[in-house]
Design a binder for this molecule. Structure first.
Ligand SMILES: Cc1cc2nc3c(=O)[nH]c(=O)nc-3n(C[C@H](O)[C@H](O)[C@H](O)COP(=O)(O)OP(=O)(O)OC[C@H]3O[C@@H](n4cnc5c(N)ncnc54)[C@H](O)[C@@H]3O)c2cc1C
Length: 364
């Protein structure tokens, strides 16, 4: 063993680079990523949506705080605030969302059916009857986020190694002491942070942790537009579960998802051709002009959840010095940077901030 790090982070997605940037403030730190590049899985292949109106107050607050932290790291904008139109066939659904937005202090305005059609002409002729416009929502620059966070980590003295697959955690007297790599080498560390996305479960099983993480596959598609799309058009998110979809302008066309979810094994997710039909059906209801669009690209990726859909953040009760940062689900790009800040607090003072207590791995 050549060198001992204060922190070893497993995984180079948004969770890993956010944790590395934060924990590099508390001593030497090393990130290990199995792929040749960072953000090769969920963190580089997602829809990049920033939703200020999240299912609970904590998630909404983490999303706001993440942007604040990123602003201290770079003057370059990380968010294109094009807004988001939450859409429904039922005005009562939108009224309920408006009440929720007021309670969370999220700026919003309720739009009628014709106002929705004026704002996004693709909705004309569809069955959207009301919408909630969220002007502070938008599209994140996920490439800039990853490179900025990796840069901050390096500036704070951290190291990043790619093509470095961790096979297991080294355990000594009930304590994580480092990791074993696929190339046969070992790296010693005083603490190990698992930020391995969909692969978290494999690592948990290998080291005897009770943490459970379940990957779910979701598809994204690039659609060719008939005419040039309005680059400033808001993201549209249809809310009812049976009609749920989202789309937004991207690369001269539209990026869209039918919001499918299928439990999957951790791997480079394979595309299911049936989802193309699923998306076309849903678009036929919400945005009929898009339903006939040619699909120029389709890919699938994994969102990883704890069984209770809460983040998994904090110390493993079964193995001293092992920490988890996972279960980021469908909101990781928006919340990871602020969640990593909470992990930093936990490491620095051995106590998590109040809001993070329910995220503790000791709930398993
Ligand atoms: C289709 C889709 C759309 C989404 N849209 C949005 C969105 O609009 N907005 C939003 O906020 N979020 C979105 N998400 C969610 C977001 O992408 C995830 O929450 C986030 O990327 C998870 O980050 P992560 O770092 O936990 O996982 P990952 O990005 O998967 O990173 C984990 C990394 O760990 C590495 N790794 C695993 N095992 C090992 C090992 N043994 N050794 C070394 N390295 C290892 C992997 O190679 C991987 O790079 C979306 C997700 C999907 C799938």
């Amino acid at each position: 063993v050549a060198e001992t790090f204060d922190t070893i982070v497993i995984g180079g997605g948004i969770a890993g680079v956010s944790a590395l940037a934060e924990l590099a403030r508390h001593g030497s730190a090393l990130l290990l990523e199995q792929e040749p590049s960072l953000a090769a899985h969920a963190s580089g292949r997602n829809a990049a949506l920033y939703r200020p109106l999240e299912r609970d107050e904590t998630t909404a607050a983490l999303a706001r705080r993440s942007l604040e932290i990123l602003r201290t790291y770079s003057a370059e904008p990380m968010l294109r605030p094009v807004g988001m139109l939450l859409a429904s066939g039922d005005p009562a659904v939108i009224d309920a969302e408006a009440v929720h937005a007021s309670a969370l202090g999220v700026p919003h305005s309720v739009l009628s059916q014709s106002q929705c059609g004026d704002r996004v002409t693709l909705l004309r002729g569809g069955d959207v009857h009301a919408g909630l416009m969220l002007p502070t929502a938008g599209v994140l620059d996920i490439h800039r986020m990853i490179t900025t966070l990796a840069g901050v980590a390096r500036d704070r003295g951290a190291k990043l190694r790619q093509s470095a697959q961790v096979l297991g955690i080294e355990v000594e007297s009930g304590r994580a002491r480092g990791v074993r790599l696929a190339d046969g080498t070992r790296v010693a560390g005083n603490r190990v942070v698992v930020a391995a996305g969909a692969w978290g479960n494999q690592i948990a099983r290998e080291c005897g942790s009770r943490v459970q993480l379940v990957p779910e596959r979701r598809h994204l598609m690039l659609l060719r537009a008939e005419g040039p799309p309005d680059p400033h058009a808001p993201v549209v998110w249809r809310l009812e579960p049976r009609q749920e979809l989202y789309f937004r302008p991207e690369s001269g066309g539209y990026l869209a998802s039918p919001c499918d979810a299928t439990v999957a094994e951790p791997h480079q997710a394979i595309v299911d051709p049936d989802v193309l039909e699923q998306l076309a059906d849903k678009l036929g209801q919400t945005a009929p002009p898009l339903a006939q669009s040619r699909v120029s690209q389709v890919w699938a990726c994994l969102r990883t959840f704890a069984p209770d859909r809460e983040l998994v953040l904090g110390a493993d009760p079964a193995l001293e010095s092992l920490y988890w940062f996972g279960g980021l689900g469908g909101r990781g790009m928006a919340v990871a940077v602020a969640a990593a800040e909470a992990l930093g607090t936990l490491v620095a003072i051995s106590r998590a901030p109040e809001f993070a207590l329910r995220m503790s791995p000791s709930r398993y």
